[in-house]
Design a protein around this ligand. Sequence first.
Ligand code: UDP
Length: 331
Amino acid sequence: MEKNKRVLITGAAGFLGSHLCDRFIKEGFHVIGMDNLITGNLRNIEHLFPLENFEFYHHDVSKFIHVAGELDYILHFASPASPIDYLKIPIQTLKVGSLGIHNCLGLAKAKNARVLIASTSEVYGDPAVHPQTEEYWGNVNPVGPRGVYDEAKRFQEAITMAYHTFHGLETRIVRIFNTYGPRMRLNDGRVLPAFIGQALRGEDLTIFGDGSQTRSFCYVDDLVEGIYRLLLSDYASPVNIGNPDEITIGDFAEEIIKLTGTDQKVIYQDLPTDDPKQRRPDISKAISILDWTPKIDRAEGLKRTYAYFKTLTKEELNKVEHNNFDKYIIR
Ligand code: UDP
């Protein structure tokens, strides 16, 4: 039904963007990928380059975006997305979530396209409500190290809603909870690549804080299915997509040690500033509006993800900078 529709995906060379490109190609769309390659990697999409229904623009969406021809959909997934990235490139993080989305919305208005934006559970900050429902407004520190990401994403939701109500633009907002899978960057500082990388290099696993903080990890294919359904739905308010299966980071480290069959130990380091103590999505809306639930449990998802990390060369594994959050900790 959606065959030959044209979709622009920003952040196409990133972890989520590249999986979205794959899905939309599979559904018969003409996919236009865009990325400035600051955190994205062309290797994630190089298999798409020979295809006729895929094009790639090396472009920074914080600058004016020109796309020739018609567009039916725009998915805005360009953004650094890990605490280490926010620390290294805070201004770019703010720009892509403000100037970048403004350009996407302007383009959508000009092309009469529907826009879906990648928002995040970070809009809830260190949440005082648990699990997090879409009605919760969050507990965010605007001037902390995560503020550049959290506030950009909150602004992104606000401007998207404004284009919806003021210009009548068709918009969708997905609030993405922790997601994992193949193509995650080994050195982005996120807990899963950090732990798997450490296990494969024979290093101890670094737990920040006492490991009692929780997260709920969603396998990337489940997330992509939720996003696909949301895009084609007629629901303009934010929808949480994530897997409500919550685990402490301490238990997660044990799972990774078991998975990798290594006998690594865990070591404890300071908890980064404003690190949320708990996180679990309330997915009632996704269930009732999109008829969506996650299908891949952590055991299966981790197996698939580990298989990917095992394909990395020794050189790639060793290239990673050590997980140094020192500057990120405000004492
Ligand atoms: N974390 C950890 N060791 C690491 C990297 C992360 O204990 O080497 C913790 C981090 O402090 C946080 C959780 O794992 O509590 C998830 O971190 P991640 O950066 O993956 O995502 P986010 O904090 O944005 O949910």
